[in-house]
Design a protein around this ligand. Structure first.
Ligand code: PNW
Length: 458
């Protein structure tokens, strides 16, 4: 087994809507996902997160299992509408109490909490009354909500993530319409992305100005798949680079450089909003570390017009804006999400970030895979997941050897959960959940992960 640096952070991730259930308990307000899942046809079998893994009621059991696996850090998200039922104004004491109890339970177990402020479950009232992420005031509301979270939890939570995957919220929520709020447009995603960047920066500003004494760190978690040029041609190399700039540069360039990638400006023109000089100032430098959610790799080739429209796969973005044709090698192993297993792509992704953004500290805030698993004598076998983690962690280890400042790794996910539009059909967890009885069982991969953590001496 390979040794990672002593201070390497070994963790697992979840998000509120995917595991908590208790969708209307104790004063929680509805979120856009509560409503989206009630629209016929939006999710697999009409499944919802109303009950899910019932983590809201079973969090003590879940923390005990984390302890058993040996996980040292736990990344969870706070449900905005549990804490503020309408997204603004009044605070729900019972919602605050739930997260407060969870944080105490984690600290008692010796597990470091990592809090995500927004993992897609926008309060419904903000969608109906303020147009959600395309509304003009959303960053004010987000900053006020962040302030409440820092005030109540920041004494104990020292690691913050403002937004989870703004790309997904923008592209799948406002472009392709597969996720809540289910809108389709070729311009709204860029406005939704813009407002998310501003909201992130406003929250960070609150944190740095008002809560510096808490002594924590704050960043955002962006998702990006690797894009490997299909051939050595200059056209395909440029296509892969363009795809990465549209995917990750869209959000990371503003926070590192103060503005969008030039290629986005060229191709999107007026559909891409502009930052004012004051906004640029606010946005630039608004992260303390680079948070990356990474899952898979695709080949990228130059495409034009109709060909590029046809190329749209689930995680392609608005390909017609990029003129990139994506494909995978038929020989690559695929997970039940149909995502290719290509661990070398993870290392190349880390190299790209390291080089482009000037050697930042990087945390892999999500990496994992979905596989069907099965029970053998009461134990849950999931060999595909062990292989996946082993191969991706090997590439992480190589990256560290190359001098890349990878500081931590969070498995997605701690437990099986509601996989958004795909419902409960896709299983990502280290912990198996039987949804009939809500019973938890550790999978083989959880025992394997525990062993990796143990052998790394933490
Ligand atoms: C991420 N894509 O979602 C999320 O952060 C998790 O909530 C989710 O369960 C996990 O990855 C697995 O899907 C993504 O289309 C959803 O590229 C879609 C895409 C990427 C990430």
């Amino acid at each position: 087994m390979k040794k990672f640096p002593e201070d390497f952070v070994w963790g697992a991730s979840t998000s509120a809507y995917q595991i908590e259930g208790a969708y209307n308990a104790d004063g929680k307000g509805p979120s856009i996902w509560d409503v989206f899942t009630s629209i016929p046809g939006k999710t697999n079998n009409g499944e919802t997160g109303q009950v899910s893994g019932s983590h809201y009621h079973k969090f003590k059991e879940d923390v005990a299992l984390m302890k058993e696996i040996g996980i040292k850090a736990y990344r969870f998200s706070i449900s905005w509408s549990r804490v503020m039922p309408t997204g603004k104004g009044e605070v729900n004491k019972k919602g605050i109490q739930f997260y407060s109890n969870l944080i105490d339970e984690l600290l008692d177990a010796g597990i470091t909490p990592w809090g995500t402020l927004f993992h897609w479950d926008l309060p419904l009232a903000l969608q109906l009354e303020n147009d959600g992420w395309i509304g003009a005031d959303i960053s004010d509301y987000f900053a006020a909500y962040a302030d409440v979270c820092f005030e109540h939890f920041g004494g104990r939570v020292k690691n913050w993530i403002t937004l989870n995957e703004p790309w997904v919220a923008a592209i799948l929520g406002y472009g392709l319409g597969h996720f809540a709020p289910g809108r389709t447009s070729n311009s709204e995603p860029y406005l939704a992305g813009h407002n998310q960047i501003l909201a992130h920066a406003r929250a960070v500003d609150v944190y740095r100005k008002k809560y510096a004494h808490q002594g924590g760190q704050i960043g955002m978690a962006n998702n990006c798949d690797w894009r490997e040029p299909l051939t050595d041609s200059p056209q395909d190399k440029a296509a892969a680079q363009r795809a990465l700039e549209f995917f990750l540069g869209w959000f990371a360039d503003p926070v590192y450089f103060g503005d969008y990638p030039a290629v986005m400006r060229e191709r999107l023109g007026e559909r891409l909003p502009e930052f004012t000089p004051e906004e640029k100032e606010l946005v630039k430098g608004s992260v303390d570390y680079f948070g990356l959610n990474h899952y898979t790799t695709m080949y990228a080739a130059e495409a034009t017009g109709a060909a590029s429209k046809q190329a749209a796969e689930s995680n392609a973005g608005l390909t017609e804006d990029q003129d990139v044709e994506l494909s995978v090698d038929e020989n690559w192993k695929r997970t039940t999400m149909n995502w290719a297993v290509a661990p070398w792509g993870c290392r190349k992704m880390l190299e790209w970030i390291d080089e482009r953004y000037g050697h930042p500290e990087i945390y892999l805030t999500e990496n994992g895979s979905s596989w069907d698993d099965w029970k053998v004598n009461g134990k849950v076998a999931d060999p595909g997941r062990i292989d996946f983690y082993r191969s991706y962690l090997e590439e992480c280890h190589k990256a560290i050897g190359q001098g890349i400042k990878l500081k931590g790794y969070f498995a997605w996910s701690l437990m099986d959960n509601f996989e958004w539009a795909l419902g409960y059909s896709k299983r990502f967890g280290l912990i198996h959940i039987d949804y009939q009885t809500l019973e938890r069982t550790l999978k083989d991969s959880a025992y394997w992960y525990a062993e990796v953590i143990r052998q790394n001496g933490v």
